[in-house]
Unconditional design. Structure first.
Lengths: 458, 89
């Protein structure tokens, strides 16, 4: 049957698709976001107009409260905290879907068929799991919970038992929907498994986890769409689900890890020191910023490699000033961004864009790697594992096989670090001992400010 | 059981994969926050669940309206805030 509201839902889905399509270029992206928000407005108005029995007062109050909270977060959040915000929002999206499915179960508009009961169970399961999992991820990112993987004996076995129980309970509820307590049990078990699946994952793997939870929030919305037989929910949920899954895949590739390894591997756990005795002694050269300035002065092509350490030191503006000064003196300056340089997909790009660094200077791994061959200076700022050449040749290294930025192929590599501490993967970086490597120790921001001063004095 | 909604779902997944693989890594964070906003489409379901009738269902719908609105408003606003920062030289 064709009626006006289903046409309008299709229109809003089309606007979402066009909106995402326009995200394929920074020039059109902003208008794309606007188009998508227009699609959302159409969907909301359509729903309000076509459902005469809804509680308009409650909806108005809910929308006002939600808008205030949402706007507050959107305006106040620091760009470094974007992963936390996305994590919370994934959680909200998940639990909203679960609540809707629960409402439909407890106060059905028409007698529930087996299919509806099955999709309600799915929606409640995925939605609740997304909610608790997202809050654990948030806690780890924010530092409320240790970034260390939390593991105990029999953990995977316990998770498996809970998972199978949820499946069993769901079948039970489909067969006998009168059992409200069984329904609550599904909610509780889903909440527990959301926590159980997220606590063993280390802080460094959070980019994968939030991408995955992003996907789950979409799947939850989609299954709620099945419950309500609503195409707008099904389509939008599918888009979000696909997006999260693609980003998850990109993050896994960036670390050369399988999704199973991220979820079950508990990587980041303090390793028993089996490599302690065989750690190779590396000889490093430590330079002052004055000496580094002279190297920059003689260089023509410079590639900056920012890592998360740069953002921690709040040095984005300082690096832009140095880069602008160098560019003004006729040098080519590029930025090489590794897929896992930040704390979520594309995070580093946003952090640099915030510091007014033009996006056309930001190059990703595939674009930039052959640029290092004729590069005079690669400036590595707060990055470690993503520039470790051991990933290319040392099969015993934990990061072996991970795609890296080939900074070592540059004539000179200048590495800024606070200390000689190892990176996330806990491995010493052999790059630091290379003949063409120079270390400049210190806080990234202070170092760059001193470097700029020295460059100007030359 | 309606097979059409499965068709819609499967096709939407294909469209999603097709358009999202074209989003460059530079825009992956806005993509995530933007898709957060789009998953706020749950607001449609939330509104429907407040239908006058069931007590508990109405209140669950009310909470869902709040949470989904946070996603919609917060998601679109923060995405716009980020995209504004992307400038060409």
């Amino acid at each position: 049957m064709i009626n006006l509201d289903s046409i309008l839902y299709v229109l809003s889905s089309i606007l979402f698709i066009i909106g995402i399509k326009r995200l394929s270029h920074p020039k059109t992206a902003r208008s794309g976001n606007f188009i998508a928000s227009l699609g959302m407005l159409i969907a909301i108005i359509t729903t309000l107009v076509s459902n005469s029995t809804v509680n308009l007062e409650l909806i108005a109050i809910g929308i006002i409260i939600g808008s205030v909270i949402g706007a507050f977060f959107a305006i106040r959040v620091e760009m470094t905290q974007m992963p936390q915000m996305v994590a919370i929002f994934n959680g909200f999206g998940g639990i909203a879907s679960a609540l809707i499915a629960a409402a439909e179960f407890l106060n059905p508009s028409e007698p529930l068929l087996s299919f509806s009961l099955a999709t309600i169970s799915l929606s409640v399961f995925v939605g609740t799991l997304t909610f608790t999992g997202s809050f654990i991820a948030f806690g780890k990112l924010q530092g409320f919970i240790s970034g260390q993987p939390i593991v105990f004996f029999g953990q995977q076995f316990l998770n498996a038992i809970i998972g199978i129980s949820i499946l069993g309970l769901s079948i039970y509820i489909v067969l006998d929907p009168e059992q409200i307590n069984i329904f609550y049990l599904i909610i509780a078990a889903s909440a527990i498994i959301g926590i159980g699946l997220t606590i063993p994952i280390g802080g460094a793997d959070m980019p994968v986890v939030i991408s995955l939870l992003n996907s789950y929030s979409g799947i939850a919305a989609s299954s709620t769409g099945f419950v309500l037989n609503n195409n707008a929910l099904i389509i939008s949920g599918a888009l979000v689900g696909a997006s999260g899954l693609i980003l998850t895949n990109i993050m896994c590739k960036g670390m050369n890890r399988s999704l199973a390894n991220v979820i079950f591997g508990a990587v980041g756990l303090e390793q028993t020191t089996d490599s302690g005795s065989e750690t190779k002694q590396i000889n490093i050269k430590s330079y002052s910023t004055e000496e580094a300035a002279m190297i920059f002065d003689a260089a023509e092509k410079i590639i900056v490699v920012p890592g998360y350490g740069l953002a921690v030191a709040q040095a984005q503006h300082a690096v832009r000033e140095v880069a602008e000064f160098l560019a003004k003196n006729g040098k080519t300056v590029l930025y090489a961004i590794h897929p896992v340089a930040g704390r979520m997909p594309g995070h580093m790009n946003v952090l640099l864009a915030e510091a007014n660094i033009p996006y056309d200077q930001l190059k990703d791994l595939d674009e930039v790697n052959n640029e290092f061959e004729d590069c005079d200076v690669a400036l590595v700022l707060g990055a470690n594992d993503v520039v470790n050449p051991a990933a290319r040749h040392d099969s015993s290294s934990p990061i072996y096989g991970m795609p890296i930025l080939d900074v070592d192929k540059s004539r000179t590599v200048i590495i800024n670090k606070r200390t000689m501490n190892t990176g996330f993967a806990g491995v010493q970086n052999e790059l630091f001992g290379y003949d063409n490597s120079i270390m400049v120790f210190g806080d990234a921001k202070e170092m760059l400010q001193k470097l700029l001063k020295d460059l100007k004095e030359l | 059981m309606d097979i059409n909604i499965f068709t819609v779902f499967i096709l939407a997944v294909f469209v999603g994969v097709e358009i999202i693989t074209k989003v460059p890594p530079t825009l992956h964070t806005p993509l995530m926050s933007g898709s957060n906003a789009i998953s706020g489409i749950a607001i449609v379901g939330a509104i429907i669940s407040t239908k006058v009738g069931g007590e508990l269902g109405t209140w669950l719908g009310f909470v869902a309206v709040i949470l989904a609105t946070v996603n919609v408003v917060g998601g679109f606003m923060v995405t716009d805030r980020m995209l504004k920062m992307f400038k060409k030289k």
